[in-house]
Design a protein. Sequence first.
Length: 72
Amino acid sequence: MKDPRTYVKCSVSNCSYWGEENVCKAEQILIEIDKHASAKYSEEYGSELGEHKDRAESSSATCCLTFKPKTS
């Protein structure tokens, strides 16, 4: 029996598995608790929050342990 396939959207554009329309192309994905999971933002001020990034240096900077940086 084949495992069900779920489309996962991701905004970390420098990941090797990042695909067109922000769809993850990894065969399997391991997700960990996001370090910001307990943050309570009642309002959004765009870039003023300062923590949001569309690039990550390591999987510990994301909630996805599958993250692998793109190589040049």
